[in-house]
Design a protein around this ligand. Sequence first.
Ligand SMILES: Nc1ncnc2c1ncn2[C@@H]1O[C@H](COP(=O)(O)OP(=O)(O)O)[C@@H](O)[C@H]1O
Ligand SMILES: [Mg+2]
Length: 254
Amino acid sequence: MSITETTNVQANGALNPAKGPAFFSCWDIHGYYGESYIVQGVSFDIREGEIVALLGRNGAGKTSTLRTIARMSDPQLTHGEIWLDHKPLHEMSDFQAAQQGVGLVPEDRRIIPGLTVEENLQLAQIAEPRGWSIERLYDHFPRLAERRKQEGVTMSGGEQQMLAVARALARDVKLLLLDEPYEGLAPVIVREIEKILEEIKGLGLTTVIVEQNAIAALNLADRAIILDMGQVAFDGTAQEVLDNDDLRQEYLAI
Ligand SMILES: Nc1ncnc2c1ncn2[C@@H]1O[C@H](COP(=O)(O)OP(=O)(O)O)[C@@H](O)[C@H]1O
Ligand SMILES: [Mg+2]
């Protein structure tokens, strides 16, 4: 099947027409880094406002899947469909697809050196004037308000993670993709970020969270998708994974 053919295909049976079309859907996506075949036919869908934990062992393909969905140039999407809010991202150029509201917060957060907290946020707003205002962001992230004049990259890891999330909101993302937001953060800071993500959840933002700290991600998430060797090994509720020792041991080693 070609990359442009067909719509309305049931993604692994996960798409339930009775509940209406999914807000986000990827169907049989394949991604390559050069010759390396890494994303090997991944399908899932997400309803508006849902939080999905995307889990799996190190090297399972979580980051690669997020990058494929966000249409980063690598891995290169070679096959499959990606739909966001009725728009076919797979039919667009990488550049055009990147403007459709998928906000990837990468593991290294990419705070721009030489810019203050506020300048990092303003730059994001220039790209998308419909996004959250600076004042609204500061209401939700008081720590960033306190540090508005500080250079972003000189803040702590937790504060930089807050800035990375705030910057995505400033860009008015429709789908927030968080790659290991708790990585390298002290437990007390993890709880602070969790609180912010709970708040964002309350606002109805559709979110995918990739985390090594699977329990923390599952506690936040409605759904869980487990990847193994570039394919979906499980798709169900977060509670099912919390309740299933075998599943956790086999795919998450916890
Ligand atoms: N830039 C790259 N080029 C080639 N292979 C890569 C690249 N990045 C990741 N991989 C490979 O893709 C596989 C999945 O990696 P990744 O998506 O980073 O996994 P995860 O995020 O689940 O730990 C691994 O085997 C990894 O070595
Ligand atoms: Mg990763």
